[in-house]
Design a protein around this ligand. Structure first.
Ligand SMILES: [Zn+2]
Length: 346
């Protein structure tokens, strides 16, 4: 029994994926890997529990550093490379998910000024969306506004543990342990609503409106209009990719629903932008948010690649249907350099 426990512990420490990568680097020191970055918003929102926003100042600093110390390439270059030597020494591709309007206003000018290519994955049904999506509205309502959070929790079917109430905090990340009722409730609702129907998501937002009071933030999280999406797509530095129609967790849908989300979003974006749409990104993007049916549907719909949301280097053994990406947080250049060094040693 003791031996079995020790073996289990040893195997846990071994972390097979990381060890294999280290061995491979020892055997093939010249093997080149690429990195793909994923951003969402270039903005300074009042609240950002998912770390989706990088401030315009930090974004510029990050890109200046990348241009000086790495080799930014289009995502397509990584997908089409037949051998690592088709790529420059330190290839990095820049991508954005969802289609927030601030990508046009705060990211595109920097990309164009520094002549850096990027792929923007648009949620086709969010183009021209009049309000905010459920996760953005719930964030400021629950984490910042005044309200009866216990009543809200109960009306949504939760029995929260006894936690202290708080006056609201803007510095908590949703992947950290919740320290108060607001954080607990936001975390619980997100876990539930990621896999729920739009009807359930809307119902919870309605409940949150009922039990909270105060003004919305000065700059709501707005998505691109059709005209803005067309302006973005017309830049020679931008490739438009698809990110489904309604941003569901695909693994929860039937095969027919998955095919619709994946194929229809491509057609909608081709019609809107009059450009080819060859790249796809899975919403939420962790392993449990999609499955082999989703991957097959992406291939059947005529895409050339698809991206996920967990960070790994891209090597010649990486499937082009599950291209890993590193989420970039609101870091300065030094922290980005430090994170990139850390990733290269994993
Ligand atoms: Zn997304």
């Amino acid at each position: 029994m003791q031996l079995a426990g020790a073996i289990l512990q040893w195997r846990r420490q071994l972390q097979p994926g990381r060890t294999v990568r280290r061995f491979r680097r020892l055997l093939h020191p010249s093997e080149r890997t690429a990195s793909i970055f994923v951003y969402h918003r270039i903005a300074e929102p009042a609240i950002d529990p998912w770390g989706l926003a990088v401030s315009p100042g930090q974004f510029r600093e990050q890109l200046l550093w990348l241009k000086a110390h790495a080799d930014p390439v289009p995502l397509e270059a990584i997908v089409l490379a037949r051998s690592p030597h088709d790529l420059p020494e330190r290839p990095v591709a820049i991508t954005f998910d969802d289609g927030y309007a601030d990508v046009l206003f705060n990211a595109l000018p920097v990309l164009e000024e520094l002549k850096l290519p990027a792929t923007v994955f648009l949620t086709a049904g969010y183009v021209d969306l009049p309000g905010e999506v459920w996760s953005d509205e719930l964030a400021w309502r629950i984490l910042l506004l005044q309200g009866d959070m216990m009543r809200l929790a109960r009306s949504c079917g939760f029995s929260p543990p006894s936690l202290r109430a708080s006056s609201g905090s803007s510095s908590w990340y949703a992947w950290e342990s919740p320290a108060d009722l607001r954080q607990w409730l936001y975390s619980a609702l997100c876990t539930q609503l990621v896999g729920s129907s739009p009807a359930r998501q809307n119902l919870v937002v309605e409940e949150a409106r009922k039990w909270t009071e105060g003004d919305p933030p000065a700059a709501p999280a707005r998505f691109l209009t059709s005209g803005e999406a067309q302006r973005l797509a017309s830049s020679p530095w931008i490739e438009i990719g698809a990110h489904t129609v309604t941003h569901p967790a695909l693994a929860n849908l039937t095969p027919a629903e998955q095919s619709f989300e994946i194929a229809e979003s491509r057609e909608m974006l081709v019609r809107l932008t009059r450009r080819e749409v060859r790249s796809f990104a899975f919403p939420y993007g962790k392993k449990h948010h999609f499955n082999s049916t989703s991957v097959q549907a992406v291939r059947d719909a005529g895409y050339r690649c698809s991206c996920v949301n967990y960070g790994r280097p891209v090597s010649r053994n990486t499937s082009r249907w599950m291209l890993p990406r590193y989420q970039i947080l609101n870091w300065g250049a030094q922290r980005l350099a430090w994170e990139m060094r850390r990733w290269s040693q994993e």
